[in-house]
Design a binder for this molecule. Structure first.
Ligand SMILES: NC(=O)c1ccc[n+]([C@@H]2O[C@H](COP(=O)([O-])OP(=O)(O)OC[C@H]3O[C@@H](n4cnc5c(N)ncnc54)[C@H](O)[C@@H]3O)[C@@H](O)[C@H]2O)c1
Length: 373
């Protein structure tokens, strides 16, 4: 009989932005049972919501510290813990659960500082535990198709990649004092960067993921378009990758008229690809000198990596929950078979993104000079 993993969730309480996406994603393939949780900063709300979700009362914890102690001592403990709390808590919680021998999926950003991220990478290696960061958009089948096509040489050498995550959600000056907006531009709560660390980093991760290259250096220009903001709400980055590809990233929170705004364009010597998160089931491929073809999610001609990431037949819409679900199914494969090599983003990729954000901040402060990672 199939092994079902016991899953624990920290954060992601009732009304949180990302909690429900994790809960749906984790149960898409029947791989996990939500067994334990410390779901909310408020212990009472944590208990009540755990009850609503059907978590047994003796494993509905008032805080993550108690969950750590009791799950460590449990005769049948959780297999994987997801950390979906605010950014500044990630390091402490991830460290504690790795040290106690649990597999960990952490929300992005992995940590607030490069030193903390390096520490977690080293710890995860020592502990020999599965470790992942939720760059969940890398789970889209057609993003994996793009990666497979580049890997198979369909584009030849990739010359240029252009990534965007530019939305218009924080463009209204009259809304700038809204508590859900304000903290993002407060360095005490958000860290060194706002829109790049929050949104742009997904596009940056995706660019490296499809290229199969690491970031070599960054030049950045940050701007705050709304008066009084202490952190950037618009940023333009130039990128150089390990195997010579040139990259450009635009990220913004003031792009009025753009809805989600996560897009990728890739230009190689033999052709080009483009993909948009708002139309995730299509990948546009233009071989050099030929007309553009539209590759469809679920079709037989796709790579094995894209096919395994699809659940329903061609022509039906599959979206963000399925993409997140693919990270959970990748993690399942890895946990039940440690020699498997599924494609989920690891702590190493989390570290690279933390380094990238800090390099971009430093570059911008110095007028855009190139900064090595
Ligand atoms: N990967 C993505 O696409 C994506 C999207 C949105 C948010 N995120 C990340 O997810 C994390 C959470 O973001 P959100 O927007 O859901 O935040 P949120 O403020 O909406 O929800 C945070 C939840 O964590 C709980 N919480 C806070 N501190 C806690 C603690 N110490 N112990 C237990 N629970 C605690 C809160 O009560 C709340 O339920 C952030 O790191 C954010 O960057 C990632």
């Amino acid at each position: 009989m199939k092994r079902v993993l016991k899953w624990g969730l920290i954060g992601g309480g009732k009304g949180s932005q990302i909690g429900e996406a994790h809960r749906v994603a984790a149960r898409l393939d029947g791989d996990y049972q939500l067994t334990a949780g410390a779901l909310d900063i408020d212990p009472q709300r944590a208990k009540e919501f755990a009850d609503e979700l059907g978590i047994p009362s003796d494993r509905a914890y008032p805080n993550w510290q108690e969950m750590l102690v009791k799950e460590s001592a449990h005769s049948d403990p959780i297999d994987l813990v997801t950390i979906a709390t605010p950014n500044a808590t990630h390091y402490e919680i991830a460290k504690a659960f790795l040290e106690a021998g649990f597999h960990v999926l952490c929300e992005k950003p992995l940590t607030l500082t490069v030193a903390e991220a390096k520490d977690l990478v080293a710890l995860a290696k020592r502990a020999g535990k599965t470790n992942a960061v939720n760059f969940g958009y890398s789970g889209y089948p057609m993003v994996r198709q793009a990666r497979a096509m580049i890997d198979q040489g369909e584009l030849g050498k990739v010359r240029v990649i252009v990534a965007e995550f530019a939305h218009g959600s924080h463009a209204d000056a009259a809304d700038a004092d809204n508590p859900r907006v304000r903290w993002r531009y407060d360095p005490v709560q958000a860290g060194v960067s706002s829109v790049l660390a929050d949104a742009g980093v997904h596009a940056l991760h995706m660019a490296g993921f499809v290229l199969g290259q690491s970031l070599y250096e960054i030049s950045a220009h940050f701007d705050s378009c709304l008066a009084g903001r202490k952190l950037e709400d618009n940023a333009l980055l130039s990128l150089r990758y390990s195997e010579g590809t040139i990259g450009h990233l635009w990220t913004s929170a003031v792009a009025v008229g753009q809805c989600h705004g996560l897009n990728l364009r890739i230009f190689g010597e033999k052709g080009g690809l483009r993909w948009s998160q708002e139309f995730p089931n299509q990948l546009y491929w233009t071989p050099l000198g030929e007309t553009t073809r539209i590759l469809e999610r679920g079709a037989d001609y796709l790579s094995p990596e894209a096919q395994i990431a699809s659940r329903i037949t061609v022509g039906h819409a599959e979206g963000m929950l399925g993409a997140f679900g693919n990270l959970y199914s990748d993690l399942y494969r890895k946990i039940v078979d440690p020699v498997a090599k599924p494609l989920y983003p690891t702590f190493d990729e989390g570290l690279e993104m933390v380094k990238a954000v800090h390099a971009a901040v430093d570059s911008s402060k110095e007028g855009g000079v190139w900064k090595r990672l």
